[in-house]
Design a binder for this molecule. Structure first.
Ligand SMILES: *Cc1c(COP(=O)(O)O)cnc(C)c1O
Length: 403
């Protein structure tokens, strides 16, 4: 019997050997011994939740992002819900957001009984296009929810200007962008409310968790009540009326982040700058390598932005390839490179199609990007070898399918 020899450059989907033997995920947390010890210490203490670690985490976080207040939540999604509530979103209102995001950004508008209205994105950074936002303003508009896609800050100045003119609240979904800067200022210090997530693939993690940063004391108070059943926790009021007394003043939820994981957050926050530095190093390495590969379009960076690189999404120049994105994706997975796609545009999900009648074609820039995007592995714990493996796999596959 004869077997056809497989060249070392053969793609793994065609029976060649993969670029690496083990699977490289697209994102991953880093937890060290000090993190573990901090959690254990809380487990041995009196306060598993509603204790001193909550305020300690919030204060350290607010200081890091340059905000007057930071309010923690059990997830980034809960934080978005609370921000939508604090902004006063209610039935009959509209909020403008991007289709190229995780569904939670738009869902939080629906939680409040309001309607998400999508506006198309810019072709370079894939963040909300301020001109498209302006076109979607109606008498019902109450808020704008821009997203710092992949960690690149949205162009906040024109969006804040539109919001001021129309008396709208800006809730910035910065779940990709902890540590990013816009015009030299940290995200969290600029919009009316800025939302962060501590899911394990993000810049720091508490397992699940989220935060809203704001400079507005009134928003901060409402956010604190909303995450605690709507109970006002004014200690002075309690003191004067007796120890048992508390008042529920609005319909809230239990969205609290326990001390157990706030302790983890405090530890993780200390490494944020190191995590950001590593992510920026990896991005620079990728971008330099992909300048040599014509079919690969690396993510754009605008001059006013210092991105946080939650993701590293390349776009394929499909005109230069013989196959589509799906085939390149499959080929990369076969090489053991854990690529992903961020995102299926929100309006194309069955729930949104059925409820709002979207058919595709409404947001051409977002939909075109979706057809080309592939997120490469990007996390602060990646080794140089991991980065090289991802580059080598992309290069091998782009060469193989070159038109
Ligand atoms: C991660 C993320 C969220 C929040 O997700 P949680 O898992 O609830 O913390 C919201 N929006 C975007 C864009 C995200 O990436």
């Amino acid at each position: 019997m004869t077997t056809t020899p497989v060249s070392p450059q053969a793609l793994a989907i065609n029976g060649g050997s993969p670029v690496r033997a083990t699977f490289l995920p697209y994102g991953r947390q880093s937890v060290d011994e000090a993190d573990i010890q901090a959690v254990v210490d809380v487990l041995r203490s009196d306060w598993l939740t509603t204790g001193p670690k909550v305020a300690e985490f919030e204060e350290a976080f607010a200081a890091r992002v340059g905000a007057a207040h930071a309010v923690s939540f059990s997830s980034g999604t809960a934080a978005l819900h609370a921000a939508a509530f604090a902004a006063g979103l209610k039935s009959g209102d509209e909020a403008i957001t991007t289709p190229l995001t995780f569904a939670a950004t738009a869902n939080c508008v629906l939680y409040q009984g309001a309607t998400p209205v999508f506006a198309d994105i810019r072709g370079d950074t894939l963040t909300l296009d301020p001109e498209q936002v302006e076109n979607k303003i109606s008498p019902r508009t109450r808020a704008i929810l821009p997203v710092d896609y992949a960690g690149h800050p949205v162009d906040l100045m024109p969006i804040l200007e539109i919001a001021r003119r129309h008396k709208l609240v800006v809730i910035e979904d910065a779940c990709h962008a902890l540590g990013a800067e816009y015009g030299g200022r940290p995200l969290g210090s600029i919009a009316d409310m800025t939302v962060f997530s501590f899911h394990p693939v993000k810049h720091i993690t508490t397992g699940e968790g989220g935060m809203v940063a704001t400079n507005d004391a009134k928003f901060a108070e409402t956010l604190r009540r909303f995450r605690n059943h709507g109970i006002s926790s004014d200690a002075r009021q309690r003191q004067s009326a007796g120890q048992w007394h508390y008042e529920m003043v609005l319909l809230g939820f239990n969205y609290r982040l326990p001390d157990i994981v706030c302790a983890l957050g405090i530890q993780q926050l200390k490494r944020l700058d190191a995590n950001l530095a590593r992510r920026r190093e990896i991005a620079a390495h990728y971008t330099a390598a992909f300048r040599e590969i014509p079919a690969v379009i690396p993510p754009a960076v605008r001059p006013e932005a210092n991105p946080a690189w939650h993701l590293y999404p390349i776009r394929l120049d499909l005109e230069k390839l013989t196959v589509d994105r799906a085939e390149v994706f499959r080929a990369l997975r076969a090489e053991n490179i854990g690529v992903n796609v961020h995102y299926i545009p929100v309006h194309l999900h069955p729930y949104y199609r059925e409820r709002f009648g979207y058919k595709g074609g409404e947001f051409p820039v977002a939909e075109d990007a979706y057809g080309r995007l592939i997120s490469l592995p990007m996390f602060h714990g990646m080794s140089d070898q991991d980065v090289d493996d991802a580059v080598q796999a992309v290069s091998k596959i782009a060469e193989h399918f070159r038109r």
